[in-house]
Write a protein that binds this ligand. Structure first.
Ligand code: AMP
Length: 214
């Protein structure tokens, strides 16, 4: 019996660079070089598997609505999007970073309502509400590190890896919010209808992750 068609949605950028070697170990190899192409969907060595390469924030949407069966996306975006809409069966343990609050170096946190700039509005709302801290939320889509020095915000909520981006912009990490790694997510209906084919990929990926860790 032929295997059902599977679409895997990948997050472009840093996660893509780290996930391609894991996919290769799971015997899934793009038919052409993804990084030198402007295409958004790619054939692979397996006739039934296609790869999509899109923005991380769009991966949960494609998987929730079943246009992609499987997705690879950072936990930061899953915390922001909500993780009810799909299964999250595997932590790939790649693209590790942290979600943190950050403020100008040496500046005491202002009293009263804190102005917080972030693209992670749901995460920030939840984090400060749980601590009883009143905030004014300012939604930005990028370059969050500029907001405090330009007088737009007192603090930001952002991803921190080495901390170099913060330091270069006169900021320091303050409060830890969550550890972030990339996860596999699976559409709920696909998991039922295409169970054997999806399970085979999950098992191979899981072996590849374990091999990498040992
Ligand atoms: P760093 O200067 O090493 O702390 O890197 C911080 C910046 O790199 C952040 O503002 C993010 O935009 C980006 N970044 C670092 N790690 C990741 C990751 N795992 N996933 C997505 N973006 C990341």
């Amino acid at each position: 019996m032929s295997k059902p068609n599977l679409v895997i949605a990948l997050t472009k950028g840093r996660i893509l660079d780290e996930v391609l070697p894991l996919l290769a170990q799971a015997d899934i190899v793009p038919a052409e070089d993804i990084s030198s192409s402007r295409k958004l969907i790619f054939d692979t060595n397996l006739a039934h598997v296609k790869l999509m390469v899109i923005r991380g924030s769009d991966v949960p949407t494609y998987v929730e609505f079943g246009s992609a069966d499987i997705g690879v996306v950072g936990k930061d975006l899953l915390l922001e999007y909500g993780d009810e809409a799909f299964y999250e069966p595997l932590d790939l343990d790649i693209a590790r970073c942290r979600l943190m609050t950050a403020e100008p170096i040496g500046r005491p946190t202002p009293a009263g309502r804190l102005r917080v700039a972030t693209k992670f509005v749901n995460i920030a709302k939840r984090y400060f509400a749980e601590r009883g801290i009143q905030i004014e939320l300012i939604k930005l889509n990028g370059a969050l590190e500029l907001a405090p020095s330009m007088g737009l915000a007192d603090a930001i909520v952002d991803i921190v890896d080495t901390g170099k981006t913060l330091t270069a912009n006169g900021l320091e990490a303050k409060e830890f919010i969550a550890h972030v790694t990339s996860r596999i997510i699976v559409n709920k209906a696909s998991m039922k209808i295409k169970n054997a084919a999806i399970r085979e990929i999950l098992e191979k990926l899981s072996d590849a992750v374990a091999k990498r860790a040992s």
